[in-house]
Ligand binder design. Structure first.
Ligand SMILES: CCCCC/C=C\C/C=C\CCC/C=C/C(=O)SCCNC(=O)CCNC(=O)[C@H](O)C(C)(C)COP(=O)(O)OP(=O)(O)OC[C@H]1O[C@@H](n2cnc3c(N)ncnc32)[C@H](O)[C@@H]1OP(=O)(O)O
Length: 289
C-alpha cells in the first residue's frame, strides 16, 4: 500500500517537473535511483541507473525504474530509450540479494511482484530499447539488458554478463530462461544456465548475449548511432513485429503471475536456499577483506 502511494506521488511530481523543464527543449526528470534525460527532437531518452554501489535492484529501485518507464511510455514524443548506468564499472549487480535474504514471505511476494512488473514492462515496451552496458551485468543485470532490442557492451575483460543464478544456489525462473533461450538459443542457454556462466565480452558476443562490443569510451556514442538506425524504421511495423516475436513469452508469465509469486516465495523461504544466499553474501564480503 505504501509503495502504491509512493508510486502515485512520484508519477505526479515527475510529470510536473517534466513539464517545467520541457521549456528548454531538453528535458530531465529524476528519482533518487533513476535519472532520465530526453533530447527533444530526436525522441530519445537516456535512462541511467544510479543506485550505488552496484545498482542492485532493490524494491525502491525497481519501483522508480518502473515509474520512469511508465512515464516515458506515456510521453508520445519518446520513441527510444538508451538504458545505461551511472555507477562506474557496474551496469547492474542484478536483484538485490538483501531483498531475498532474511525477510518474511509477504516481503518476498511483494518484491517478486515488482520484479515481474518491471520485466513485463521492459520486455513488452513499444519503445526501442538499446542497452549501453558499461560494466558488470550478472543475473538481473543481464535480464535488463536482454529485455532490450539491441545490446552494446564495453569491451573490457573485467566486465562479465550472464544469468549466474545457479552459482548462488538459486534457480532462474522460467521467464528468465525463456528470454535467454529466445536470445541465444536452447543449447547455449541450457549450458549457460546450468553452469551459471558469466561471459566476458568476447564470449558474450560470440554466443549472442550482446550484439556489439566497442571500446569503453564509445559505448554511448555507439548506442546513439544504433538508436538512429532503429528510429529510421516506421514505428507501427517495428512495434507489431516486436510484439509478434515477444508476446508468447510475456503471456506465459502473465497467465501465471500469481502462481509464479507463490513459487518464488516458497522457494526463497526454504532454509536450504537462505543458507546458500547467506554463504554467497559472505563470499562477497570476504572478497573485500
Ligand atoms: C524448479 C524450482 C524453480 C523455482 C524457481 C522459482 C523462483 C526463482 C527463484 C529465485 C530467482 C532469483 C533470481 C535472482 C536474480 C538475481 O539477480 S540475484 C543477484 C545476482 N547478482 C550477483 O551475483 C552479483 C553479485 N555481486 C558481484 O558479483 C559484485 O558485487 C559485482 C557486481 C561484480 C561488483 O563488484 P565490486 O565492484 O568489487 O563490488 P563489491 O563486490 O565489493 O560489492 C559492493 C557492495 O555491494 C554488495 N552487493 C553486490 N551485489 C549485490 C546484490 N546483487 N545485491 C545486494 N548487494 C550486493 C556487496 O555485498 C558489497 O556490500 P558491502 O559493501 O560489503 O556491504
Amino acid at each position: 500500500m505504501a509503495l502504491a502511494a509512493a508510486r502515485r506521488l512520484l508519477l505526479h511530481a515527475g510529470s510536473r517537473l517534466g513539464r517545467r523543464e520541457a521549456v528548454d527543449g531538453a528535458r530531465r526528470f529524476a528519482n533518487k535511483r533513476v535519472l532520465v534525460e530526453t533530447e527533444g527532437p530526436a525522441g530519445v531518452a537516456v535512462m541511467k541507473l544510479r543506485n550505488p554501489p552496484v545498482n542492485s535492484l532493490s524494491l525502491e529501485c525497481l519501483t522508480e525504474f518502473t515509474i520512469s518507464l511508465e512515464k516515458l511510455e506515456n510521453d508520445k514524443s519518446i520513441r527510444g530509450v538508451i538504458l545505461t548506468s551511472e555507477c562506474p564499472g557496474i551496469f547492474s549487480a542484478g536483484l538485490d540479494l538483501l531483498e531475498m535474504y532474511g525477510r518474511n514471505p509477504a516481503h518476498y511476494a511483494e518484491y517478486w511482484k515488482n520484479v515481474q512488473e518491471l520485466w513485463l514492462r521492459l520486455y513488452t515496451s513499444n519503445m526501442i530499447l538499446v542497452s549501453a552496458i558499461n560494466g558488470a551485468s550478472p543475473a538481473g543485470g543481464c535480464l535488463l539488458a536482454l529485455c532490450c532490442d539491441y545490446r552494446v557492451m564495453a569491451d573490457n575483460p573485467k566486465y562479465t554478463i550472464g544469468l549466474n543464478e545457479s552459482l548462488l544456489g538459486i534457480v532462474a525462473p522460467f521467464w528468465f530462461k525463456d528470454m535467454y533461450v529466445n536470445t541465444i538459443g536452447h543449447r547455449e542457454a541450457e549450458r549457460a544456465l546450468q553452469l551459471g556462466t558469466l561471459f566476458p565480452p568476447a564470449e558474450a558476443l560470440k554466443v549472442g548475449v550482446v550484439d556489439e562490443l566497442v571500446p569503453e569510451d564509445k559505448v554511448h556514442s555507439k548506442a546513439r548511432s544504433v538508436m538512429a538506425k532503429w528510429l529510421a524504421i516506421p514505428d507501427h511495423s517495428r512495434q507489431l513485429t516486436k510484439n509478434m516475436m515477444r508476446k508468447a513469452t510475456a503471456d506465459n508469465l502473465i497467465k501465471q503471475r500469481e502462481a509464479d509469486i507463490q513459487n518464488f516465495t516458497s522457494f526463497i523461504s526454504k532454509d536450504s536456499i537462505q543458507k546458500s544466499l547467506h554463504m554467497y553474501l559472505e563470499k562477497l564480503k570476504q572478497k573485500k577483506g
